[in-house]
Design a protein around this ligand. Sequence first.
Ligand SMILES: [Zn+2]
Ligand SMILES: [Zn+2]
Length: 190
Amino acid sequence: MDTTVPRDRTSGWVLSVRDLARGAGLQRELTTRLPAPAAVSLPLLGIPEGDPVDLELRLEAVHEGVLVTGTAHADLTGECSRCLLPLHEGITVDLQELYLAAPPAEGADEQPLVEHETVDLEPVFRDAVVTALPFRPLCRPDCEGLCADCGIRLEDAPAGHGHERVDPRWAALAGLAGTRETSNTETEER
Ligand SMILES: [Zn+2]
Ligand SMILES: [Zn+2]
């Protein structure tokens, strides 16, 4: 029975749009930095809770309600899915959401609403980031991963890293691979 995250933490993501209520056509730009909400991540990569998120937004009163567009930028922390190397990289996502002034007559439950003259940016932000995250992040596209035998990161291992249980005859062949054996043992790949 832990106390849940204080309301406070997320309140920054709820933006007042009171000033836009007077009618369509009004708009406002907003540049701000907010602490990342919880759970903006996949298992291997994400934005740590509380880390700064830089937002450049345009809030626009439209016929149906309030249109929010813009970008969010933050730093990701995680690890390579193959070699477990720590990853740190930036992510920038586009945000776009229409907040309806009134619930639609039917259906379209997924469309968020302007509530109490505010819009809640957090779900939009989370969706945009999580959708953009790779399920299997890599330190580089051709990461070789870890040695299945000893767990060393193959990129850091000396060339020809291997283990005793490799049949010595294969090792001998490998040694010759640079010369005549190539033509015999390998069918052409190019
Ligand atoms: Zn890697
Ligand atoms: Zn090894």
